[in-house]
Ligand binder design. Sequence first.
Ligand SMILES: C[S@@+](CC[C@H](N)C(=O)[O-])C[C@H]1O[C@@H](n2cnc3c(N)ncnc32)[C@H](O)[C@@H]1O
Length: 216
Amino acid sequence: MGKPLISFAQIKEQDPYFLDIDEIPDWQAQFGNTNPLKLEIGFGMGNFLIEMAAKEPGSNFIGIDFYHKGIRKIITRIKNLQLENIRIVYGDIRSKISILCQDGELETAYINFPDPWPKKRHIKRRLIKPEFINQLAQKLDLEGNVYLATDSESYAYEMLDYFNSETLFQNLDNNKGFIKERIDLPKSKYEKNFINAGEKVFYLEYLRLAAMTSIA
Ligand SMILES: C[S@@+](CC[C@H](N)C(=O)[O-])C[C@H]1O[C@@H](n2cnc3c(N)ncnc32)[C@H](O)[C@@H]1O
């Protein structure tokens, strides 16, 4: 027999690492320091977030997802590893982004393998859209970074097109295209699976720029 599942209500009541937010948290008070704030959107089973937090104790990490199994799993791992620099936010980034942090508070955002919704009639459900990219830009500090990865070629080109069109972001590839590989970041679960299956992974990296001011 498997272990009995802890209910979500229990996690919420018992766990200081788990937040179900309805207003912007005071992240400096949450973490007890002013370290840079980094966000992973859709952490899944949490491997990437856990490795990042262990590797960078001088940064604070927020993960957001609504995948219950993944949330339970990562909370257990955070406790077992005694990682003080991760907080898990429950929910859909599209409805939470406005209250996730102050504008300009994020140093980095990671979006690893967002659901590709491959069927034509479902493509409209994709997360990466111009409005969302602009909202994310508002939350990032100047010179903050966004890292994206996907195995879906059609989604990869859509992300490239939308991000390259947002004037608040600069593509960090010399040819404003895809980055060939990511060497400094851990591999997420999906990333390992796709690489092991010999599939191509598309990586993108962007820098948050200052808004252009028009000279009268
Ligand atoms: C394909 S999985 C990738 C998981 C992980 N990033 C990886 O690379 O192994 C996509 C994850 O994003 C989450 N997700 C999808 N849409 C989301 C949204 N709007 N807000 C927050 N999480 C989302 C899903 O629940 C799922 O855990």
